[in-house]
Design a protein around this ligand. Structure first.
Ligand SMILES: C[S@@+](CC[C@H](N)C(=O)[O-])C[C@H]1O[C@@H](n2cnc3c(N)ncnc32)[C@H](O)[C@@H]1O
Length: 436
C-alpha cells in the first residue's frame, strides 16, 4: 500500500474512534420507553401522579419560604442517583396556559439545598457524577433506619422526600416511627414529609394478600422485571432480592400516629394515594399472581412514539380472590371501567373515516349511570378521535390518540383510587405545623 493510502486509512480509523468514544459515553444507547427503570409508565404515569399530589403542598412550602426571605431545603431519603431531584425539578404550575414559557415550580431561585441520602455507595457516586458540580446539591451515604441523617447543628429541611417504595425498606415499623418522630422533633416551625411504601393489596401480588395484618408483613421482592421473559428465567439465580414491607392504610396510619405521639407534635396527613393500580411492574412478570397480565407493557406501548398498540392487549380480566370481597368489589368495578374506556376507543377508531373528517355514524351514547370519571374520559376520547383522526401526517393514532387514551386511563384510575394500599405504591404526604 502506498504511504498516501496508508495515511488516508489511518485518518479514517482515527475518525472511527470518535464513534467508539460516543458509544462508551452511553449517549449512543438506544433509548426506549417500552422497558427499563425509566419506562413510559414511570415517566408519564408514576412520576406525574406523584407530582400531581405533591403540587399543592410544595406550592404552600414555597410561599412560606418566600415570605421568610429564604430558599427551600430538601432531603431525599433513599435518593438513588438523584431521582427525587429529577422528579421535583419536573414539577410544574398547574395550568400555566399555552403562552407561558416558565412553567417550573422548583426554579433555581426557589431551591436552596438538595441533600440526597442513600445507603448504596455506587448510587451516591453516580448522583455526584451527575450533579456534583451544582453547589446546591450534596450526596451523603447514610442509613435512614438509624435515625435522621442531619447533624446536630444543621438546619432542618422544609421537605423530606422519599419515592418509589423506599419507605418499605423499613422492615420493622419501629425505625419508620423513629425517623418520622425525629423529623417532627427537628422541624423548626413547618415542614412537609412524603412516605412511599409498597401497597399491601396490589393485584400484582394477590397471592400475598392476607386478612390478618400480622402476617406477610414483608415480601421477598425480586427485581426480575428488568429482563424480558426468557432472559429472566435464564438469570433467575442471579436476580436481586429485596425484603420490603407491604403496607395498608390502616398500618401506615398507626405508624404516623405513633410517631406523632413520640414527637409530641401532630404529623398531619394531607393526602393518601394509591399509585399504579393495574400497571405495577410485577403485572408483566406474574411472579406473585399467575393471573396477572402484561398491562404495564401495553400502557408503555400507548405512550411510545410511532408505535401502534393492539388495544385488545389492554383489556383486563380481573380474577377475584375468595375471602377478600372489599377488594374484589373495588377491582372488579375498576376493571369494568377500564375495559369500557378501551373498547369505546376501539369503536371510535372503527367508526372514524379520514376522508369524511368525522364518524360514519354516531358513536354509541355514554350511559349516565357510569361513574363520572369514566363518562368524562369517554367524551374526551370522542373529541380526540374526531379532532385529529383526519390529520394524516404525523401518525395521529400512534402519536396523539394512543397517548391520549393513556392519559384518559390514568385520569380515571387516579379518580377512582382510595389511598388504601390497593396498588403497587401507597403514598402519604404529611405536614408538621408547630404554629397550628
Ligand atoms: C426503590 S429505590 C428508589 C430510588 C429512587 N428514590 C427512585 O425514585 O428511583 C430505594 C432506594 O433506597 C435506598 N435505600 C434502601 N435502604 C436504605 C437505607 N436503609 N438507608 C438509606 N437508603 C436506603 C436504596 O439504595 C435505593 O436507592
Amino acid at each position: 500500500m502506498s504511504e498516501d493510502k496508508e495515511q488516508e486509512q489511518d485518518k479514517e480509523l482515527w475518525q472511527m474512534e470518535a464513534y467508539t468514544e460516543a458509544v462508551k459515553s452511553g449517549l449512543y444507547a438506544k433509548k426506549t420507553g417500552l422497558v427499563g427503570k425509566y419506562d413510559n409508565v414511570r415517566r408519564y404515569w408514576e412520576d406525574e401522579l406523584t407530582r400531581q399530589f405533591l403540587r399543592a403542598p410544595l406550592q404552600k412550602l414555597i410561599k412560606r419560604c418566600r415570605a421568610q426571605m429564604r430558599r427551600l431545603r430538601i432531603m431525599d431519603l433513599g435518593c438513588g442517583s438523584a431521582d427525587g431531584f429529577e422528579l421535583l425539578a419536573g414539577m410544574r404550575h398547574r395550568d400555566p396556559g399555552l403562552h407561558t414559557n416558565e412553567v417550573s415550580l422548583l426554579t433555581s431561585n426557589v431551591l436552596g439545598q438538595y441533600t440526597g441520602i442513600d445507603l448504596n455507595r455506587d448510587l451516591i457516586r453516580q448522583g455526584r457524577l451527575l450533579y456534583g458540580e451544582n453547589p446546591k446539591m450534596e450526596f451523603r451515604q447514610a442509613d435512614f433506619r438509624k435515625g435522621l441523617p442531619l447533624a446536630a447543628k444543621e438546619p432542618s429541611c422544609d421537605l423530606y422526600f422519599s419515592s418509589f417504595g423506599t419507605t418499605s425498606h423499613h422492615n420493622d415499623d419501629k425505625t419508620a416511627v423513629q425517623l418520622l418522630a425525629e423529623i417532627a422533633e427537628r422541624c423548626q416551625d413547618y415542614c412537609v414529609v412524603m412516605c412511599d411504601w409498597l401497597g399491601r393489596y396490589s393485584y400484582e401480588w394477590q397471592s400475598l394478600w392476607v386478612n390478618d395484618l400480622s402476617k406477610h408483613r414483608n415480601m421477598d421482592y425480586v427485581v426480575s422485571y428488568i429482563y424480558e421473559k426468557e432472559e429472566r428465567e435464564q438469570r433467575r439465580g442471579e436476580l436481586q432480592h429485596l425484603n420490603l414491607r407491604l403496607m395498608s392504610r390502616k398500618e401506615a396510619d398507626a405508624i404516623v400516629k405513633a410517631a406523632s405521639q413520640r414527637a409530641k407534635v401532630e404529623i398531619k396527613p394531607l393526602v393518601w394515594f394509591d399509585r399504579s393500580t393495574f400497571t405495577g411492574r410485577h403485572m408483566d412478570t406474574a411472579e406473585y399472581n399467575t393471573h396477572a397480565q402484561p398491562i404495564r407493557q401495553a400502557v408503555n406501548s400507548l405512550h411510545e412514539a410511532n408505535v401502534r398498540t393492539d388495544l385488545s392487549s389492554l383489556l383486563i380480566d380481573y380474577v377475584p380472590k375468595p375471602g377478600f370481597e372489599f377488594l374484589n368489589t373495588y377491582f372488579e368495578q375498576l376493571q369494568m371501567c377500564w375495559n369500557t374506556l378501551v373498547q369505546y376507543t376501539q369503536t371510535l377508531l372503527l367508526l372514524h373515516k379520514e376522508s369524511e373528517q368525522g364518524f360514519v355514524e354516531d358513536p354509541p351514547p355514554v350511559p349516565g349511570s357510569y361513574p363520572a370519571a369514566l363518562r368524562d374520559m369517554m367524551e374526551r376520547m370522542r373529541h380526540v378521535v374526531v379532532g385529529v383522526g383526519w390529520l394524516g401526517i404525523g401518525l395521529p393514532r400512534e402519536n396523539i390518540i394512543e397517548p391520549q387514551l393513556g392519559y384518559a386511563l390514568r385520569y380515571m384510575v387516579t379518580n377512582m383510587q382510595r389511598g388504601q394500599g390497593c396498588a403497587h405504591g401507597l403514598v402519604g404526604i404529611f405536614e408538621v405545623n408547630k404554629h397550628a
